[in-house]
Design a protein around this ligand. Sequence first.
Ligand SMILES: CC(C)=CCC/C(C)=C/CC/C(C)=C/COP(=O)(O)OP(=O)(O)O
Length: 363
Amino acid sequence: MAMETIARKDHAKAMENEVKQIQKQLRPGRPEPPIWWSYTSVRRYLHAQKLCVWSYFLELSWVHWVVFHTQFLLLSILQVGPVPQHVSFIMDGNRRYAKSLNKPTKSGHEAGAWTLLKMLSMCKTLGVKIVSAYAFSIENFNRPREEVDLLTSLLAEKLDEVGRRALDRKSELFGVRLRVVGERSMISKELNDRITRVERMTDGGDSMTLYVCFPYTSRNEIYHAVYDTAESCKYHGQAAEDVDVRSFTKSMFLGDNSNRCDLLIRTSGHTRLSDYMLWQVHENGVIEFTNTLWPDFGFIEFFVMLLRWSFFACLQRRELANVSLRSQAFHLFKNNLFPFKRKPVSYEDLPEAPQAVSVVLKS
Ligand SMILES: CC(C)=CCC/C(C)=C/CC/C(C)=C/COP(=O)(O)OP(=O)(O)O
């Protein structure tokens, strides 16, 4: 037992040293290429329509500059309204994308990984605090061996890249904290160690958390939460009544962030959840489906979804505050057109505060 503890401590120490070394190597600015909020799908459309000249025009650096700043401006406008706290993606359609271009499956998954980086960069600019992505479901282990190996090695590679960018001050992803959640007992020890290393590297990130679900299914997560809760009750001698939704939610893979998925997006035309985020999408959460294949999913479509979400969040909040659109418009006009000063009310004139207040949400 003692030997085992010593060995575990040695292993943890060795990993910590390795992380420090990587951080040291990364610090003296070896910048990654910028993640342009590129317009791949627009360019692909132009190529398909044989409008290649326009496509080359989009490649010009000053056009890039204009597009980048327009996108930045639009996101800044969006920030005026409510912004989703947690955005989640079901990244579907990578293989169909590769097939449509007569390319190997690998290039589809690589393009998909790049799209995820683009979405991360956009979400971070917007101020989204949590992003999660379905990178691999437990059922995906039934795919051909070569594809499973390809996906696992791509994931390891891309996680390193996210880690590097998260530590690079010049990168759009600086300050991102990375977590890989799911049935990690199903992946090899080497990959688990590599993931843990990147997780530790990005531990200090406080601008956004990225949860990569790998290998994951919601039912498996719920099973683990039930199991852990039962075990904890047994250990602490608690009764079933002591378990509430809040503590149960906390014991899920996403911990404190398990109950807050505001916007879930699934690409490629399938309108099902495929056992993903069943617990996390809360009562006011919105699910968006689009026919676009994941690697083609770009700024415009994402922006429209965010705008729609923001609009409905505004309506919901107004409904909760019990203020009608008409009365809001009336007050807006009244206050702006006839800005009469109200008579000041002295503190003594106010009625006495009630002894107790009960707040009930109107159904
Ligand atoms: C940084 C990081 C975490 C990268 C993740 C890499 C990545 C994009 C993984 C997605 C893998 C996947 C199973 C996609 C589903 O498309 P599909 O293969 O089911 O395509 P299809 O619907 O066309 O068959």
